[in-house]
Write a protein that binds this ligand. Structure first.
Ligand code: ADP
Ligand code: MG
Length: 252
């Protein structure tokens, strides 16, 4: 379980997050939405232990986060820069296992297993630059999954992909989440995407000093599909609620 208790964050004098409290139960896929610059990435960096909270506490399974938690994985938007161009796809995916200590053969085996899962069986020996953007982001996701994370943080991971690749990866994410039950915090500025992939959507208000403007459970059927789910009246209602919260101007 991930728990934020009255977390405030700032860069120097610039106040970004104001007393954000949030509990994410194990296995939840939480989407965080909000206008550009409201502090979504700052929130993820704080959860990841990369940026100590100015005030308040972040705890994973009851233990306060003081550094990067164990079995945490992060996927960023910028897949191009997060992969090492001189390594093969398989070696990129196996890289985080080096710290964990399994032998080379086992590292390769686990990497290939995960690559098959994200639909990249045929690309293990290629280099990242030989792949499309969508495939590169699959490699980044595979690299995050190879450590069997208990907490997965994703910062606008599909933001720079074309519509088709984006939908495919949303569905891949839903499959992985259903199979592994990993707790996921997924940041996006795309309202439709947040409702489509989330079990719950939290909207941050515009900064400075962002707070939680809306905390909405998404009770759509867990089996989702791009055509049917997005056409459900419940989907349309939820999307409107999130949209309204994102567009509400700051009070005062
Ligand atoms: P989002 O991810 O929602 O677009 P960020 O968390 O990146 O927002 O940024 C929140 C605010 O903090 C913005 O006003 C941004 O300009 C500022 N900011 C982000 N990173 C830094 C930094 N390293 N130093 C100073 N200000 C920053
Ligand atoms: Mg950001």
């Amino acid at each position: 379980m991930l728990r934020l208790d009255s977390v405030s964050q700032s860069y120097g004098e610039h106040h970004v997050l104001h007393k954000v409290s949030l509990t994410v139960p194990d296995g939840q896929l939480l989407c965080v939405v909000g206008p550009s610059g409201c502090g979504k990435s700052t929130l993820l960096r704080t959860i990841a232990g990369l940026l100590p909270a100015r005030e308040g506490t972040v705890a994973v399974d009851g233990t306060p986060v003081t550094g990067v938690p164990e079995r945490l994985a992060v996927v960023f938007q910028d897949y191009g820069r997060s992969l090492l161009p001189w390594l093969t796809v398989r070696d990129n995916v196996a890289l985080p296992l080096r710290r964990q200590g399994p032998r080379r053969a086992e590292r390769h085996e686990r990497a290939e297993h995960i690559l098959a899962r994200v639909g990249l069986n045929g690309s293990a020996r290629h280099h990242p630059w030989q792949l499309s953007g969508g495939m590169q982001q699959r490699v980044a996701i595979a690299r995050a999954l190879v450590v069997r994370p208990s907490l997965l943080l994703m910062d606008e991971p599909f933001g720079s992909l074309d519509a088709q690749a984006r939908e495919d990866l949303e569905d891949l994410l839903l499959d992985v989440h259903r199979d592994d039950g990993t707790t996921i915090v997924f940041v996006t500025h795309d309202i439709d995407e947040s409702v489509y992939v989330g079990d719950r959507v939290v909207v941050l208000s515009p900064g400075p000093g962002s707070r939680i403007a809306l905390d909405l459970p998404v009770d759509l059927p867990p089996r989702r599909d791009q055509i049917t789910t997005r056409a459900l009246p419940e989907f349309v209602t939820l999307r409107a609620k999130v949209g309204r919260a994102v567009r509400t101007p700051r009070r005062g």
